[in-house]
Design a protein around this ligand. Structure first.
Ligand SMILES: [Zn+2]
Length: 144
């Protein structure tokens, strides 16, 4: 079992090492962008925001940083259809709901006490290691 990591919630709390990953200046900038505005940005979005904090950063560096963060499980890569990957720093078990009207992606957590096994008819004895569930529909505000 992996030790639970005490994750920062804002960029100014980012330590220089997390989950076995050394957080270089660039990685901190990229991770900070993800922590500060949790709207599931694409790599391109992250790049534009990171540039405001570190004008010298390149898109290739941003991709490398995102990759390192994903590999070390500090960030989740979210894929919807064939659109570009998006990135989510919320590591609590959750699913994604995409608003078809706005394209926005919202984190949705399980109701208290409800487990995945309660909802799905899983074969006996399986071990679920990763959850990736995406829902699409309309939020009430856009459903007019
Ligand atoms: Zn998410």
């Amino acid at each position: 079992m992996q030790q639970p990591i005490d994750l920062p919630s804002h960029s100014d709390e980012i330590p220089s090492e997390l989950g076995g990953l050394r957080l270089t200046k660039q990685r901190k900038v990229v991770y900070g962008v993800l922590l500060d505005l949790r709207d599931h940005p694409t790599a391109q979005d992250v790049f534009l925001r990171a540039k405001e904090r570190m004008p010298s950063i390149s898109l290739a560096t941003v991709y490398n940083c995102l990759e390192a963060l994903v590999v070390h499980k500090l960030v989740k890569q979210v894929n919807f259809d064939r659109s570009p990957s998006r990135y989510c720093p919320n590591l609590e078990e959750h699913v994604h709901f995409q608003d078809e009207a706005t394209g926005e992606i919202h984190d949705v957590i399980f109701k208290k006490g409800v487990k995945l096994e309660d909802l799905l008819d899983l074969p006996q004895g399986v071990e679920v290691r990763e959850l990736e569930l995406t829902l699409k529909g309309l939020m009430p505000s856009s459903n007019q």
